[in-house]
Design a protein around this ligand. Structure first.
Ligand code: MTE
Length: 355
């Protein structure tokens, strides 16, 4: 039996909001590479939907040759695949933007990863056929509610361009880490869109429709859009793939350490290609040295890295981490500021004191 005192020491999610429920992963205190479901961050726009599981069906309609309604039993019998995928909220690290932006003040834990199992969306679309006029695949969630900027009720719905929808790794998932997806993360079916920010991975799928025009729902045309200007919407563009990024997990910000050797530990990820290197600086960016990347199978997950730091002079230090991907994208020193605070990926920093 576990010692009750040990249980008190377990990490927990941090609350950013309760209505709707928004909570972040204790990213510095994960002791495994795969986030257990109780430590997976939660990002919702509405209260949880009311679903009757016994009567769950998935309709696929619109510009298809034969509309179909799939039962869960049919879906789980189809060929499945399991992929390690990161979900990172586009607002991860929003609290670090300067000047500050409105919205949930996420720190560094609006990110989690694990093994998702499901059927490729393309397998279901092969069964319905696709009308050549179809341009986008619209995925509607069961949750709905009012927005502060509109009077109507909206469901959480988003579309994918046809090529991304047909990517065999875009899946309709029914398991997370070999268990049915927990209700708050989208049970019974959720979309998983590898490499894109988490907003694309619609939970509690109600229906899928093929459409001929660009979908203009508010979670696509108002939110999850980069607005580079504070005062107007010029030069805006949609949020899609994750930026190259890294997070220092240990030491934690403002930790006090002794002189000696310390292991600096973190994660790095990208939404395009692979992470090719992670560099660490302990002298405000004057010199950068390469961290060691753990040779794990990445799939669409993050890589873990470590760097041994020997420090003999007491004082205050800033530790920085910078990752680069195989497409040559590197974390910038300054983030790309945008009005809604998406895609923060500046070089990560923690401050420590050596005594
Ligand atoms: N799907 C539905 N139906 N409703 C939502 O509010 N939030 C999206 C996405 N899918 C959302 C949704 C956003 S912004 C993110 S980051 C992820 O779900 C979060 O997934 P999680 O709550 O399982 O961590």
């Amino acid at each position: 039996m576990s010692n009750p005192q040990d249980r008190l020491n377990e990490p927990t999610l941090s609350t950013r909001g309760l209505q709707p429920e928004n909570k972040e992963t204790p990213i510095s205190f994960l002791n495994t590479d795969i986030v257990p479901s109780h430590l997976f961050f939660k990002r919702n726009h509405f209260s949880y939907p009311k679903l009757t599981y016994s009567n769950y069906w998935l309709p696929i309609n619109g510009l298809v040759k034969t509309p179909k309604i799939f039962s869960l039993q049919e879906i789980v019998k189809l060929p499945s695949k399991t992929i390690k995928v990161i979900l990172e909220c586009a607002g991860n690290k929003r609290s670090l933007f300067e000047p500050k932006v409105f919205g949930e003040q996420w720190e560094k834990g609006a990110i989690s990863q694990g093994y998702w199992t499901g059927v490729s969306l393309t397998t279901l679309l092969e069964a319905t056929g696709i009308n050549p006029k179809a341009k986008e695949v619209l995925i509607e969630g069961y949750d709905k509610g009012k927005r502060t900027d509109k009077n109507n009720e909206y469901s959480y719905s988003r579309s994918l361009p046809l090529d991304k929808a047909l990517d065999p790794d875009t899946i309709i998932a029914y398991e997370y880490n070999s268990q049915p997806i927990p209700f708050k993360h989208g049970y019974p079916l959720r979309l998983i869109v590898p490499n894109w920010y988490g907003m694309a991975s619609v939970k509690w799928i109600k229906q899928i429709s093929l459409i001929s025009s660009e979908f203009k729902g508010p979670y696509q045309s108002i939110d999850y859009v980069y607005y580079p200007n504070k005062e107007n919407d010029t030069d805006s563009f949609p949020v899609t793939i994750m930026n190259v990024n890294s997070t220092i997990q240990e030491p934690v910000h403002m930790e006090i350490l002794n002189t000696g050797t310390h292991v600096i530990k973190g994660i790095a990820w990208t939404g395009a290609g692979e992470v090719s290197k992670v560099e660490v600086s302990t002298d405000h960016g004057d010199t950068w040295l390469e961290a060691e990347i753990e040779p794990t199978y990445r799939s669409y997950g993050w890589v873990s890295w470590t760097y041994e730091w020997s420090v003999y002079d007491p004082g205050e230090y800033t530790i920085m981490s910078k990752s680069t991907d195989t497409l040559g994208r590197t974390q910038p020193l300054k983030p790309f500021w945008n009005r809604k605070g998406y895609g923060y990926n500046a070089i990560d920093k923690v401050e420590v004191k050596i005594e």
